[in-house]
Ligand binder design. Structure first.
Ligand SMILES: [Zn+2]
Ligand SMILES: [Zn+2]
Length: 59
């Protein structure tokens, strides 16, 4: 019997904390200027490996 990771519910992946799961980030570049870029932390997918279980889904 394996212990399912409670942080990712066994999926091994969690929403990226860097972009909140959106996969993009908005950079402010000054007054009334902003740019949307891919999040580097998740490569634009919005999801990243769970740090609690290392992406395995189990503890
Ligand atoms: Zn991200
Ligand atoms: Zn996990």
């Amino acid at each position: 019997m394996s212990d399912t990771c409670s942080r990712c519910n066994g999926s091994g992946q969690i929403s990226c904390p860097g972009c909140g799961g959106r996969g993009t980030k908005t950079l402010n570049e000054g007054y009334n200027k902003s740019r949307v870029v891919s999040c580097a932390g998740c490569d634009g997918s919005g999801r990243t490996s769970c740090g609690s279980c290392g992406g395995s889904g189990n503890k």
